[in-house]
Design a protein around this ligand. Structure first.
Ligand code: DGY
Length: 329
C-alpha cells in the first residue's frame, strides 16, 4: 500500500519531522526557503497533507491546484494565512494549535507590556550606548503596572490568561472588550469587566491586543482609536499585524499622543514600518510570543498529531470549524 505523502513547508524540529517520516513520504524544506506561492503549489501537487506555520498562504488557488490535498495542519493558533472556507468546500480538514501556547504567549504579552511601561529596552539601549553619566530623579520614569487598569481587546484563552496575571499577580483593574462576553463565572476569578470599545480605549492604562486577524479586525486600532487613549497609556500587540495601523501608531508615539507601545507582530512582517524603527518609545520583537522551546515543540507535535490522525482516517484533535456564512441583509 502506498503511504500518504506530506509536505513540511518550513524547517521544523528534527524530532517532529522524523516522527512524521515514520508515517508518511515526507518532503522537507531543510534550507528553510520562503517558497513563492507558485513553488508551494508545485511542491504540494499530488500530496495529501501539508504542515504549515504562520505565513504559508493556503489560498483558494492552491486548494484548486492540489486536488489530492486532505489535511492542512498548522503549528500556529492563528490561521489567517489559510482560506478555511475554500478548504472546507473541498473537504480538506484544517487544524491549528490552540491551548498549548496559551500560558507562554500570555507570559510574553505581559512581559512586553511591562517592558514598554517601565521603558526597559529604551533604557538598556541608552546604557549600552555609553550615554549613562549620572543618575537623576526623573531618569527613564515610566508608568506603573501594579494597580493600574489593564484593558484586553479580544478575550479568548490568551486574553484570559493575561487578565489572570494582571488581576491576581499585579492587583490590576481588568476591563475587556470582545464580540461575545464571558459568562459571569469566567469573569469573576480574573476580575474582568466587559465594556464597549470606546470605554476600553478611554479608561485603560495598558491595552493588550489579542484578537484574531480578519477583515473585521483590519485596523481595528487606527488613528481615531489611538486618539481616544490616555497620553500615558501603553499599547501591546501580540495578535497579528494589520490589527493595528502601524503608521498611525508610530505617529501617535512620536507626537506624545500615546505613552509607549510594544509590538510582536507587524503589518507585512517580516518588514517593519520604517516609522516605527525611528521611534524610541516602542518595544519591537520578531513574532516570538509563543517562542519557548517546550511550547514551540508542543505546537509542532500537535500539528503532527493532527496529520497522523487525519491521513490515517482518524479525527483531528484541533480542527478549525468551517466559517459561518455571512448573515444576509
Ligand atoms: C500563533 O500561533 O498564531 C502565533 O502567532 C505564532 O506563535
Amino acid at each position: 500500500m502506498t503511504r500518504p505523502s506530506l509536505l513540511i513547508a518550513r524547517r521544523i524540529f528534527p524530532a517532529v519531522a522524523e516522527r512524521l517520516a515514520v508515517h508518511f513520504d515526507v518532503e522537507t524544506n531543510d534550507a528553510d526557503t520562503l517558497w513563492s506561492r507558485e513553488e508551494l503549489i508545485q511542491r504540494l501537487r499530488g500530496k495529501q497533507g501539508v504542515f504549515v506555520t504562520t505565513g504559508e498562504p493556503i489560498d483558494a488557488a492552491l486548494v484548486a491546484a492540489c486536488p489530492e490535498l486532505k489535511a492542512v495542519c498548522s503549528m500556529a493558533v492563528g490561521y489567517n494565512n489559510i482560506d478555511v472556507a475554500a478548504c472546507h468546500a473541498r473537504g480538506i480538514t484544517v487544524t491549528n494549535a490552540p491551548d498549548v501556547l496559551t500560558e507562554t504567549t500570555a507570559d510574553f504579552g505581559f512581559a512586553l507590556m511591562m517592558a514598554a511601561a517601565r521603558r526597559i529596552p529604551e533604557s538598556e539601549h541608552f546604557l549600552r550606548s555609553g550615554a549613562w553619566t549620572k543618575w537623576a530623579p526623573d531618569f527613564f520614569v515610566g508608568a506603573d503596572v501594579h494597580g493600574a487598569t489593564l484593558g484586553i481587546l479580544g478575550m479568548g484563552r490568551i486574553g484570559q490568561a493575561i487578565a489572570r496575571r494582571g488581576h491576581l499577580g499585579f492587583g490590576m483593574n481588568v476591563l475587556y472588550h470582545n464580540r461575545s462576553r464571558l459568562a459571569p463565572e469566567a469573569e469573576a476569578p480574573i476580575g474582568a469587566r466587559w465594556v464597549d470599545k470606546a470605554t476600553l480605549l478611554a479608561e485603560v492604562d495598558h491595552l493588550v491586543i489579542v484578537v484574531p486577524y480578519g477583515p473585521a479586525s483590519h485596523h481595528l486600532i487606527a488613528a481615531a482609536d489611538l486618539a481616544q487613549m490616555k497620553p500615558t497609556a501603553t499599547l501591546t500587540n501580540i495578535a497579528r499585524g494589520g490589527v493595528v495601523d502601524d503608521a498611525a501608531l508610530a505617529m501617535a508615539l512620536r507626537s506624545g499622543q500615546l505613552g509607549a507601545a510594544a509590538l510582536d507582530v507587524f503589518e507585512g512582517e517580516p518588514a517593519v514600518h520604517p516609522a516605527l524603527l525611528g521611534v524610541s518609545n516602542v518595544v519591537l520583537t520578531p513574532h516570538i510570543a509563543s517562542a519557548s522551546l517546550p511550547t514551540r515543540l508542543a505546537m509542532a507535535q500537535l500539528a503532527a498529531d493532527n496529520l497522523i490522525a487525519l491521513l490515517n482516517g482518524g479525527e483531528a484533535k484541533t480542527p478549525v470549524p468551517a466559517p459561518k456564512p455571512a448573515a444576509s441583509t
